[in-house]
Write a protein that binds this ligand. Sequence first.
Ligand code: ADP
Length: 185
Amino acid sequence: MRIILFGPPGAGKGTQAKLIEKEYNIPQLSTGEMFRSAIKNQTPLGIKIKDILDAGKLVPDQTVVELVEEALNDEKFLNGYILDGFPRTVPQAKAFEERLKKNGKKLHSFLSLEVPDEELMKRILSRGEGRADDTPEKVKVRLEVYNEETAPVLNYYKQQGVYRAIDGLGTIEEIYARIKKVLDN
Ligand code: ADP
């Protein structure tokens, strides 16, 4: 199964991706985690993008697309994957669809975790992961960037017929149960 887990910052994509990964045995790929690890290890990529992540802005499409395409070539993703944090712009979505088409593959579902803005801010500020972009000002930037650049990806996938809305309010288990229902159908 090829799954995109979509949603605003703080919607719980990473948490739910890990649960799906465990139960369905499908590896996840998180662009945010890849970037944070590159920064931590001070790789050339990490050095290039540190300021962007710290500011809450988006890494340029070309950089992200190249990185994801390369990563997905790993054979562990041959039978499926969960994408967390990608695609985050319409050009990224188009590049990804292009790749699927080229490989004769199909997306199983585009799961959109829906959570109101006030709740997102609350969740991020209380999760205390110590991320440089988890301050009130940076979260505000990330939510703005989400609304302007990422939300249009929703419409793109609604047109593809794989879009499924998931109510992202409730306990982790409740939300996961909603996801399972969609995936098991
Ligand atoms: P969140 O969803 O909570 O913002 P992520 O871990 O998904 O956290 O992303 C953290 C940061 O990594 C983003 O604010 C952005 O700077 C960068 N990033 C992650 N994925 C992408 C992407 N697909 N395109 C551009 N930038 C990205």
